[in-house]
Design a protein around this ligand. Structure first.
Ligand code: HSE
Length: 298
């Protein structure tokens, strides 16, 4: 079998709505081989679809069709470490695993560039799928169905502390509350900050991050969907966050923290949540993943 390892991703980084994303060192694993029937199992107790509606299967089938082949069936084994519907790219990870695995099974007819385009086409926007494939911090834009992107490494000085709530938020719902139009002032506010975010994460200019995460495009409209958001943001800044934002469409909240402060920050954050009676939230400290998805033969 082949094993495809795909990182979690955090899109938007506050200001870079639908255009910035980062790969993190938390991974889903998918084992896959061609078969005459569909067999989908899981190594954990996360509920997953076990028929053709399974996203990994569906993405693999799309790649086969794109390459002019019919997928006879597929054996899939999943290990789901990325929490679902939490703004950490779990759907992207399934899509990327499906198309990368299927491409390898067909003898790699599509290039990495073509895989990146197909993943974004299936997902709808490239800000989770492209970092899941390329790793690092990725700036991307779509033009005529193609992804134009650059992946840059993230400064070693930064850690990402995740506040993962005990509830889900579906991307469709989080997008449904956004306005259709924005003012020029709001557009410029975000454009300038997302450019600043890219350059600051790459160079490690940590003092810029607090301004670079600010956003007028999505977070103000989504905040009402995430219980305790204001408490978590306020507490994170009191404890020394360099910049706190809603990961992707939410509901996970991420604080960027200096690497030598991360342990202290996360220990204090845990006790603060407890003191405030905010229960069921998990706190995890991650680094940026520099490599993106990997395929192994086992
Ligand atoms: N950029 C997307 C959003 C991320 O914020 O809706 C979700 O995939």
């Amino acid at each position: 079998m082949i094993r495809i390892q795909v990182p979690a991703t955090s899109a938007n980084l506050g200001s870079g709505f639908d255009s910035l994303g980062i790969a993190l060192n938390l991974y889903n694993q998918v084992w896959m081989e061609e078969s005459d029937t569909i067999s989908i199992t899981s190594k954990d107790d996360v509920p997953i679809p076990k028929d053709e509606t399974n996203l990994i299967y569906w993405a693999a089938k799309s790649l086969y069709e794109r390459c002019g082949h019919k997928l006879p069936g597929l054996k899939i084994i999943q290990l789901n470490n990325i929490p679902m519907a939490r703004g950490l790219g779990s759907s992207s990870a399934c899509i990327v695993a499906g198309i990368l695995g299927a491409n390898r099974m067909l003898g790699s007819p599509l290039s990495q560039k073509e895989l990146t385009d197909l993943a974004a086409e299936i997902e709808g926007h490239p800000d989770n799928t492209t970092p899941a494939i390329e790793g690092g911090l990725v700036a991307s834009a779509m033009e005529a169905g193609r992804v134009y992107s650059v992946s840059v490494p993230v400064s070693e000085k930064i850690r990402f502390v995740l506040f993962i709530p005990p509830f889900e938020l579906k991307t469709e719902k989080a997008r449904s509350v956004l306005p259709q139009q924005y003012s020029r002032d709001d557009a410029v506010y975000n454009l300038s900050r997302s450019a600043l975010m890219t350059a600051s994460l790459f160079s490690g200019k940590l003092e810029n991050l607090r301004v670079a995460v600010q956003d007028k495009i999505h977070q103000p409209y989504r905040s009402g969907l995430i219980e305790h958001l204001d408490d978590v943001f306020r507490m994170s800044y009191e404890l020394g966050s360099l910049g706190t934002y809603v990961s992707g469409a939410g509901p996970t909240i991420i604080s960027m923290v200096s690497s030598n402060e991360a342990e202290r920050f996360s220990a204090l954050a845990k006790s603060r949540l407890k003191e405030k009676g905010i229960n069921g939230w998990k706190i995890e400290t991650l680094t940026a993943d520099p490599n993106g998805a990997q395929i192994f033969t086992e």
